[in-house]
Design a protein around this ligand. Structure first.
Ligand code: NAP
Length: 223
């Protein structure tokens, strides 16, 4: 699959780019600055291409938004036309640090992903990849052992994102239901970051008991 990454020069974007490229996907790292994108792509290697964020937004059927959550809405607004009809993966979580400890924020839209979907009604927003530690992704020698909770309103889009993730050894996508559940995924992030600090480690997620393919119904919408 062809995947562009808006804000792909950060640790999260480069980490995801590396693992997806190794898995055989065609990846383009985007940036506000073409030179920074080129440097990041060169550091990731594995055939990863680069361009400005607008190029990343129009590169493939799937686009990953890998900017800090505060910049998410502005970043997608700039690329609104290019993102129409595409799948946009929202991997950010609204949070703040108080005294060094992460705390969840609840956007008025219900979640960051729901806010992005409201801004981009013609884009198929899927929430995923919040809980995979970027430093572990970036260490190509590190074996992955994580679940990727994935939710969205467009079931075909969720399936495509799950297929994308499933190609990466050690990542298991899980259909977590409708996009309303994104608030749960997002507010889990500061909890995991708090555990990282408290236990001086890098946490990830594993859900016990999921062994079969998901049922066709995504389950009820919240709210
Ligand atoms: N770090 C992790 O372990 C991890 C794991 C899962 C999910 N995430 C999520 O992934 C996202 C990216 O994380 P990160 O740690 O890679 O973030 P980051 O390094 O702080 O930012 C990523 C990139 O976003 C661009 N950017 C920064 N400020 C911006 C602004 N005001 N407007 C537009 N673009 C801006 C920058 O690219 P240019 O300057 O090149 O444009 C930067 O390299 C976050 O939402 C985070 O919550 C992170």
């Amino acid at each position: 699959m062809k995947v562009g990454i808006i804000g792909g020069t950060g640790e999260a974007g480069r980490g995801v780019a590396l693992r997806l490229a190794i898995a055989g996907h065609e990846i383009l790292i985007g940036s506000r600055d073409g030179k920074r994108a080129a440097d990041a792509a060169a550091s990731v290697g594995n055939g990863v291409a680069s361009g400005e964020n607008g190029i990343a937004a129009g590169f493939g059927e799937i686009v990953i938004l890998a900017v800090p959550w505060e910049a998410a809405t502005d970043s997608v607004a700039e690329a609104k036309d290019a993102l129409a009809g595409r799948i946009l993966i929202s991997m950010g979580s609204a949070l703040l640090f108080a005294g060094g400890w992460p705390q969840p924020l609840l956007p008025a839209s219900g979640s960051l992903a729901l806010g992005i979907q409201a801004h981009l009604p013609s884009t198929r927003v899927v929430a995923a990849l919040h809980h995979v530690p970027a430093k572990t992704l970036l260490d190509a020698s590190a074996a992955l052992d994580f679940d990727v909770l994935t939710c969205g309103a467009d079931r075909a889009a969720v399936k495509q994102v799950m297929d994308l993730v499933a190609a990466v050894p050690g990542l298991r996508p899980i259909d977590a239901g409708p996009l309303e559940y994104s608030v749960v995924l997002e507010t889990l992030t500061p909890l995991l970051l708090g555990l990282n600090r408290r236990y001086r480690t890098r946490t990830g997620l594993r859900i016990q008991g999921v062994v079969t393919a998901p049922a066709a119904s995504p389950g009820p919408a919240l709210g």
